[in-house]
Design a binder for this molecule. Structure first.
Ligand code: IPE
Ligand code: IPE
Ligand code: MG
Length: 258
């Protein structure tokens, strides 16, 4: 007897073959407010929908084999928003951790926090700390939650630490700064995605993204789904990264050094 299922499970999207794959993807999750306004809803509804969009994106990037994902959830400048909106965003951040921690842990995701936690509400600080500690031994994928993160603040904190360590001027190198940034030990972001149509960095990973490939999409963050992830990675695979060198197709080198 052949048992036919009543309802077919949604077929998983086939994974496109990629010629190159980013190790580290960073995302500026922008456009929640405009998504809501376009639907006659309040901005908080947009933030709620934005929080819902995060899980499937993590999952899809994991399927692609991306090792590190950094999500910009709240910037050091976002404190200037109306108090109620700030509270809403921070509360949703905590709820996201609450609702997804078990599953992320089961899938081998290691959660980390980027940014200064001390200004965050106590409940959120505790949730973040708990999530980071609980997933510390996971090694399938790292997900950095940038909450109260600012790229400039990150650099200032690194330089302060160098001074506190008494590092002499000659010891202040790019590596020395790198090792003291919030992203120490991680590969630099290969691909930086910004949703919402704006084409700016808004003080995200300003040091780390010196050689990132930028991908801008007019999709608002709540609409960014698995298909959108695929489109961004396909575009990334088409880019030619040169890092200041000449194109290396069949490069012979100058010969002098090697
Ligand atoms: C991104 O959406 C979420 C955060 C900045 C926390 P916005 O709230 O910036 O949405 P827009 O840009 O106003 O549409
Ligand atoms: C960047 O978006 C910050 C986050 C997505 C967390 P913003 O909406 O704050 O950026 P601006 O103000 O348009 O530059
Ligand atoms: Mg915005």
């Amino acid at each position: 007897v052949v048992v036919t299922p009543q309802t077919a499970a949604p077929s998983p999207r086939a994974l496109p073959a990629l010629a190159a794959r980013p190790r580290h993807v960073a995302i500026i999750m922008d456009g929640n407010g405009r998504w809501a306004e376009a639907r006659g809803l309040g901005r908080s509804e947009g933030h709620r929908a934005g929080a819902e969009a995060i899980g499937p994106v993590i999952e899809r990037l994991g399927e692609h084999g991306v090792e590190v994902l950094t999500l910009f959830g709240f910037s050091t400048e976002n404190w200037c928003r109306p108090r109620a909106e700030v509270q809403m965003i921070l509360r949703l951040g905590g709820e996201f951790i609450d609702r997804h921690l078990d599953e992320l842990h089961r899938r081998g995701v290691r959660l980390r926090h980027l940014g200064d936690p001390t200004r965050l509400p106590g409940v959120l600080q505790r949730r973040v700390r708990h999530a980071v500690e609980r997933t510390a031994a996971n090694d399938r994928m790292i997900v950095n939650l940038a909450f109260n993160y600012g790229g400039r603040a990150d650099i200032v904190a690194a330089v302060r630490q160098l001074v506190q360590e008494g590092v002499p001027a000659a010891g202040i190198t790019e590596d020395a700064i790198n090792e003291r940034l919030a992203t120490a030990g991680l590969p630099e972001p290969d691909l930086l995605i910004r949703t919402g149509g704006e084409r700016r960095v808004s003080n995200f990973l300003v040091w780390q993204s010196s050689y990132s490939e930028y991908y801008f999409t007019d999709l608002q963050w709540p609409d960014f789904d698995a298909a959108a992830v695929d489109a961004a990675l396909l575009e990334y695979a088409r880019r030619r990264r040169r890092f200041g060198r000449v194109a290396d197709d069949g490069a012979e080198g100058l010969g002098a050094e090697d």
